[in-house]
Write a protein that binds this ligand. Structure first.
Ligand code: E4P
Length: 219
């Protein structure tokens, strides 16, 4: 499973990239607004660090506006992927962008029927939002499993990005289902490698090592 980071924060992106396991980035208007800088400038800085797919979202609601924005965003770099919402206007936009060779990430996906239609329109990626479904007492991961089954049934190659991940279990379940990608906030990426027994083990090994060195020094 590929690992994307879900942030527009450059320091977090650089740090996650330095771990050597980062495959891409997803941003959205909320994440970019948190950074406070001009969005295009911020995206330019991000694509300098990460060579894999970097998602940037359109904010228009109608096809004409979305396509126009998408074409501007796509000029930033060849690895920019256009995030388009799962609406009927988004479908038409996806079809047009796919014919123009522009990659898309269909965002705010909350049903398997949306996921099937966006794939038919030529979506490169689809992003089911598991955390936001869990928030309303629905099983977010059931949606991912449904999409996976449907895509397998028809040999669909749209890649599933599990989004709105809130904790390490979401990441693990995404891998169990066989999702293509998980897009994970920085704090959760850090938690994926954290284990108390690892920390305790390191502490004990180092204490024993020090003991041995002291003993040898005294001899
Ligand atoms: C994905 O592409 C979105 O940016 C993101 O996962 C949304 O997560 P949230 O529901 O925590 O805002």
């Amino acid at each position: 499973m590929k690992l994307f980071i879900d942030t527009a924060n450059l320091e977090q992106i650089k740090k996650a990239h330095s771990y050597g396991v980062l495959d891409g980035v997803t941003t959205n208007p909320t994440l970019l607004s948190r950074e406070g800088s001009e969005p295009i400038d911020q995206l330019k800085k991000i694509v300098e660090v990460v060579k894999g797919p970097v998602s940037a979202e359109v904010t228009s609601l109608e096809k004409e506006g979305m396509v126009k924005e998408a074409k501007e965003l796509a000029k930033i770099a060849s690895n920019i992927v256009i995030k388009v919402p799962c609406t009927t206007e988004g479908l038409a936009t996806t079809k047009e962008l796919s014919l123009a060779g522009i990659k898309t990430n269909l965002t705010l996906c909350f049903s398997a029927s949306q996921a099937l239609l966006v794939a038919k329109a030529g979506a490169t990626f689809v992003s089911p939002f598991v955390g936001r479904l869990d928030d309303i007492s629905a099983e977010g991961m059931d949606l991912v499993a449904d999409i996976k089954t449907i895509y397998n049934n028809f040999g669909i190659d749209t890649e599933i990005i599990v989004a709105s991940i809130r904790h390490p279990i979401h990441f693990l379940e995404a891998a169990r289902i066989g999702a293509d990608i998980a897009t994970v906030p920085f704090a959760v990426i850090e938690k994926l490698m954290k284990h108390p027994l690892t920390d305790i083990g390191i502490k004990r090994f180092l204490a024993d090592w020090d003991k041995l060195k002291k003993k040898l020094d005294q001899e």
